[in-house]
Design a protein. Structure first.
Length: 114
């Protein structure tokens, strides 16, 4: 029993560290066609940092809609564009300006580029 508890604790600690090694957030508010408020703040990104905009292309068994039969879903991450942090608003939010004709919506995934 002690081994199981120790394994679970180490797994949780490892997962927490992995999350911060690849800073991820989301678009929380679309400001205009190029700017968005994103859920990445001070300590996570700085002005000038590049971020990737990621869409999740999901397919299901039997050509069902993605939200039907979630157990059968197969999703693939697809980087669809990049943006640059133009302002850090506070400890939780920043403004990102996307390049070109990058289509984005509230809820899209953002990841700090490496």
């Amino acid at each position: 029993m002690l081994r199981v508890a120790l394994f679970a604790l180490l797994t949780l600690v490892g997962a927490g560290c992995a999350t911060h090694s690849a800073m991820r957030g989301s678009v929380v508010m679309r400001v205009n066609n190029s700017d968005a408020h994103v859920c990445l703040g001070e300590g996570e990104v700085a002005v000038g940092d590049t971020v990737n905009l990621i869409h999740h292309d999901c397919a299901t068994k039997n050509n069902e809609k993605p939200w039907v039969g979630a157990a059968g879903d197969r999703c693939r991450r697809q980087v669809v564009g990049t943006g640059q942090v133009v302002e850090v608003l506070n400890s939780h939010y920043s403004i990102v300006r996307f390049k070109g004709d990058v289509a984005f919506v509230e809820g899209d995934t953002i990841e700090k580029a490496k």
